[in-house]
Design a protein around this ligand. Sequence first.
Ligand SMILES: [Zn+2]
Length: 303
Amino acid sequence: MPRKPVCFGCLAAGILLAMTAGAAAQRGALAVDGLRAFSHVEKLVGFGPRPTGSPAIAKAQAYIIEALKKLNLQVEAQDFLATTPNGAISMKNIVGKTRPSRDSVVILASHYDTKLIASTSFVGANDGGSSTGLLLDLARVLSQRRDASLGIWFVFFDGEEAQQEWSETDSLYGSRHFVERLKAGPHFPSVKAMILMDMVGDRDLKLENDASSTSWLMAMARKSASELGYENYLATAQRAIVDDHIPFIRAGIPAVDLIDLDYGFNHSFWHTSNDTLDKISPKSLKIVGDIVVRLIDKLSRKP
Ligand SMILES: [Zn+2]
């Protein structure tokens, strides 16, 4: 077979094309992808209702751990036995760490359990699913940054939901346990801030101006949103929210909760069988993800 003559123009064009494709892939790798985050939520919802201690939550745990390992993160499972009004229940927090040797750490977190609701198929696409899917895509994005000065821990809490009625003792099992362990360990002084995401997938996104969050960190998050042109997605009126960020604030760690607590007309989709995939959107996940990435950038420049 005769050898084809080499076309130097084609070769140059080919190299240019390859470089452009490479640059595009690099850009894609460094930005949150709403569709990727959404596809993680689809997987989680596909396991069915995922209350603490259920066979379905075990599938969600395996899925999260595998996804973090694929990103070459250092993965730890915190197993503990929680005392609840429904008896002792085995729970598991999952932690993925990037750049674990850094002495300045930011924690990004979400709960991944869904509330146990008898006689209802509550799959928690938004409540439990959305923030978990987004956190997995943020792990992909933020672990690939070479220039980053911060260590980032991606923390997935079990047992955020009450077993029966929400109270100080019947809620936030995973985050309370995590903070107790953190305080007892050597890394406590390294943790500079905690960013919580919860119910961030609502198609009609409006992030709360949470009065319980650390004020300078909330201001920084809102500034990040405004700079990105996302001010329309910020609620103005303040309200105080109790969520997985509270144990951190009580321990003296600055923390912010990015949450939309107005889900459906009069919050009517919340904790009901209406919390399904069609109520959330890749676009909302992308918006919140972009805000978090920009907030991390600001935190990395903060002395
Ligand atoms: Zn809930």
